[in-house]
Design a binder for this molecule. Sequence first.
Ligand SMILES: *Cc1c(COP(=O)(O)O)cnc(C)c1O
Length: 347
Amino acid sequence: MPGPVFAAPYHAKGDPAAAAHTYARFDNPTWQSFESALAELEGGPSAVFASGMAAVTAVFGSWLRPGDRVLIPADCYYTVRSVAREYWSQMGIEPVIVAGDGTRFVGAIRSSPARLVWLETPSNPALQVYDIAAIASAAHDGGALLAVDNTTPTALGQSPLALGADYSVAADTKALAGHSDLLLGHVSARNESLIEPVRAWRTRMGAVPGPFEVWLAHRSLATLALRLDRQCANALSIAQRLSRHPAVASVRYPGLPDDPSHALAAAQMRAFGPIVGFVLTDQASAERFLSRLRLIFEATSFGGVHSTAERRARWGGDAVEPGFIRLSAGIEHARDLVADIEQALAD
Ligand SMILES: *Cc1c(COP(=O)(O)O)cnc(C)c1O
């Protein structure tokens, strides 16, 4: 694997069209090799961005114009909704935030035809699974494009493009890069003509990643399958233990056979992801649990090799109970993780 290429301008003589590279806001050989790996994983041409939000806003920004409507699920990543409310809506774009389940979402697509439909599945932090193929066909019937935030499962765990989506978008900050040491995002598209405006947006708006972050993420792909296997196995062990624990009011993990999303998740995902959501009695019991953990770090974000947990309601913005914990399973030994959780939950 070649090392990272650090350059702002490249040597480029005469007609710029004749030069392989001219200026690093346009392209970079380190991006190109990572993007060709992403293209194989996602099944479509891909563009890397400086962060997950830079990738998200590139899809919105390349397509939405005044008068357009965009449908967004109420349980998607908080910042996607806040950007819709605080920026897109003030530019004459109409964001419609839809609460409920997949059936309600398909109903909203049919009753409010949109330019773009945004989806996140499993949603974060609620871990609700939406039917990508059904939503893609409803979106396409109404002339809309469908973009799926694929951050939680990664391209290895789920293939939105194969299920009919036009775009698969991810915060590679999370499980794809997986070491909690960089921010990065990408957009993959069903074909070249859909990725082209997203690349043009990146070039002109300057939402470009540094070559070193891209190189680190590319190197991390070598262990993605190993990490994800272990993280998902650990998440399942934790979810199983929590679902039998008297101090736990409820647990969500799409890999649990009795989870409401399990049947759909099993049909459309190859791996159920590293995140487990569960509810403790109240804010105080959640805070006590977090402060007692010894192996699992209290931190936001998810998908890293070290297990983390947080009380999600401390941020506001998500419809979660005060005692709701979002836990991200790392690659430690399952027995150690379960033991840490048990001692932190003990009376
Ligand atoms: C973290 C996250 C993002 C944003 O990614 P950043 O790299 O923090 O900008 C977008 N969508 C989901 C689902 C996320 O978890």
